[in-house]
Design a protein around this ligand. Sequence first.
Ligand code: IMP
Length: 454
Amino acid sequence: MSFDAKKKHSGRHFCVVGVQWGDEGKGKIVDALSSDFDAVVRYQGGANAGHTVLIGEEEFIFHLVPSGILEGKTCVIGNGVVMDVATFIEELDELKARGLDYEDRIWISERAHLVMPYHRVLDRLQDVGSNGARIGTTLRGIGPCYTDKVARRGIRAGDLVDFARFEALLHENVEHFNRVFRDLHGEKELEVAPILAEYREHADRLRDRICNITDLLWEIDGRGEGILFEGAQGALLDIDLGSYPYVTSSNTSFLGLGPGTGFSPRAVGTVAGITKAYTTRVGEGPFPTELDDDLGEELRRAGSEFGATTGRPRRCGWLDLFALRYAIRFGDIDTLVITKLDVLDGFEKLRIGVGYEGIGDIQGGGGSFPADLERELKPIYIDMPGWTEPTANCRKYEDLPIEAQKYLEFIVNATQCPISILSVGKERSQMIRLDPWLGVSGGLPELPVETKIS
Ligand code: IMP
């Protein structure tokens, strides 16, 4: 597929990010696109992510290894990632056991911070945000690890190479956190010796894989090769611009690419925002278009909406274009990729959230996604007819039921953002690449005021 025809920027590199609350199906899209690129890069997040790829009967779930590994590409873990080395090694071992021994193609930034055993303990003890709000984290130690990074006491992958330094830092940190465990939480203290022994083994295994990935990426760029950047989670979980405090602790949007790699975002030609044809969320936090009823249950069942990392049932609801438009704007999205369109097959009536009462709607063009999320957000919906024919076997846009085409056209016009790919099933082959992209065909759609439902 040619992405060149419509792109706004000139760079040859490409970035895939989620534009909802994560779990949009990025793994499958990255896997499908990676054959067009020479390297695949993760730039933020950690083992809280779960990217699922299905090839034939084989299912792969990655938490840290970039999904591009299945194509045997050079895979890079950026400095913005927080590395749980034990999980990472487990993933490498599993790939090896399944005949994919690509360890020598993986590079880890010497500047990536390590998620340590005390971070996981802290995550369990401190799963609270402002006002004591429970966040419902993945308990993978992500927030505490990023906290240590900003507090300038973190341990980085490069410290594994200089193991004496690792040892000194570990002693300091365990001493610090044991005081916290003991004095604030009455929690069992950690012992340094077993952690040290475990990480000595990890260091031996990974030493040769740790390098300056900024130089590596510029070298790849210098050779005229293409890089695919892969965001984890989704834009609305972004620490700065997402639904704070119900967010993760990194810049999950395209905005994280620069600081997470040391590579220029201006060299990235296309940013693709992945969204499901509806919305899901795991963990706590606002979800204005959530369906807390039988329909929500039906979506959960039809879409197998259970977390790839924690197995938690995902909250399900209608597509929220007001939130999506916000994520497209701040995330500099050039094109949308719509996944799980097939999950909507058979719904008699579909709803799309187009605004929030008292705040704004997409037609007005105004109204911002609120920063203050303590108040209840009441969505404004429009209704659209659903379709009964299955879409899973459609391979061309014209094959889709006319109602599905109308649904997609509405999304494009409401967000003023073209669609380039549709995914209609879990399989690698269940995808429709639109060439040319489905472009904006009109102004903002008229909202039929009489169908507004509060
Ligand atoms: P943490 O990233 O584990 O600190 O969790 C913070 C919030 O982000 C929680 O609501 C998690 O459920 C959510 N979250 C983290 N990673 C993912 C993901 O990969 N998909 C969806 N939600 C996620």
